[in-house]
Design a protein around this ligand. Structure first.
Ligand code: SAH
Length: 263
């Protein structure tokens, strides 16, 4: 068995009493958490976690650690953001070592920024531990490099779901005209509208597109399509998915390493 170097973990900063660490758990595969994240799991008295966190990660925490589900999931009773912030502050002020474990990266469409602001305003010390975001690592698990010199020199991360529950108010004409690969989080519901505004703005309906659902999880599914076919593919896709539009999607044919492993 591999021996992990204990001295390496010992030299990392420790989650201390009265502190909150906002930690990214990565997109799915528990192996994608960082070493700092692992250390925080081992040290935490209280863990507030999302629906997206793999059970195998939570199982690493001491059995005495309190686990609090603080997630949001369509159709399931969800916690209010203010309540999550209040709980983090309350637990830290009670002298607990608090781990806020979020899917992907805490600062990418995960409201980690809001939580950190609440902590800063309440005078609670905190550390941000970045994670691998679904829009990069999830695509990598489908064999799609988020950038490649032959296909795209830029990438734009977009939420497909505005805070008012509608398609976000962006200058879609400009988004369409950028030479960038577009990566959508929370894009499934409005996939058809997204394709329409992009095609209306001048993007080609035959441009490659993909949906990576349950990325880096055991039930990962990849739908390779085109911008014009996006709406139909989205209907077949599980809810948890990343949408990517751009020439880099073509590389999946050559680079889909995970699909090859499974053969
Ligand atoms: N902070 C997270 C994103 C939270 S927003 C991150 O950095 O990855 C939630 C959205 O992220 C989902 O609606 C979905 O679009 C995307 N997402 C998160 N995990 C995913 C996964 N394993 N597979 C596909 N999409 C995922």
């Amino acid at each position: 068995m591999t021996r992990l170097p204990q001295h390496f973990f010992d030299a990392l900063p420790a989650l201390e009493a009265g502190w909150v660490w906002l930690v990214g758990g990565g997109p799915g595969d528990p192996g994608l958490i960082t070493a700092l994240g692992l250390k925080a799991l081992a040290d935490a008295d209280v863990i507030l976690h999302d629906a997206l966190i793999d059970e195998r990660l939570l199982a690493l925490a001491p059995s005495a650690a309190e686990r609090i589900f603080a997630g949001k999931r369509a159709g399931v009773k969800s916690c209010k953001q203010e309540e999550i912030c209040e709980e983090l502050i309350r637990q830290a002020k009670a002298g607990k070592r608090v781990l806020r474990l979020k899917g992907g990266d805490p600062f990418v469409f995960g409201r980690g920024g809001e939580e950190a602001q609440a902590l800063a305003r309440a005078g609670v010390p905190f550390r941000i531990v970045p994670g691998i975001t679904a829009g990069i690592g999830g695509l990598a698990y489908a064999g799609i490099p988020v950038t490649h010199r032959d296909t795209n020199h830029a990438v734009t991360f977009i939420t497909g779901h505005g805070s008012d529950g509608r398609l976000p108010q962006l200058d879609w004409g400009r988004v369409a005209k950028s030479a960038s690969t577009l990566v959508f989080y929370m894009g499934r519901k409005f996939a058809g509208e997204i394709a329409d505004v992009l095609i209306g703005g001048g993007r080609n309906a035959s441009e490659p597109a993909a949906i990576v659902a349950n990325a880096a999880r055991p039930d990962q599914q990849v739908f390779i399509t085109t911008l014009g076919g996006l709406a139909a593919a989205a209907e077949k896709s599980p809810a948890l998915c990343i949408i990517v539009i751009g020439e880099n999607v073509k590389l999946a044919g050559e680079l889909n390493w995970l699909a090859r492993l499974e053969k």
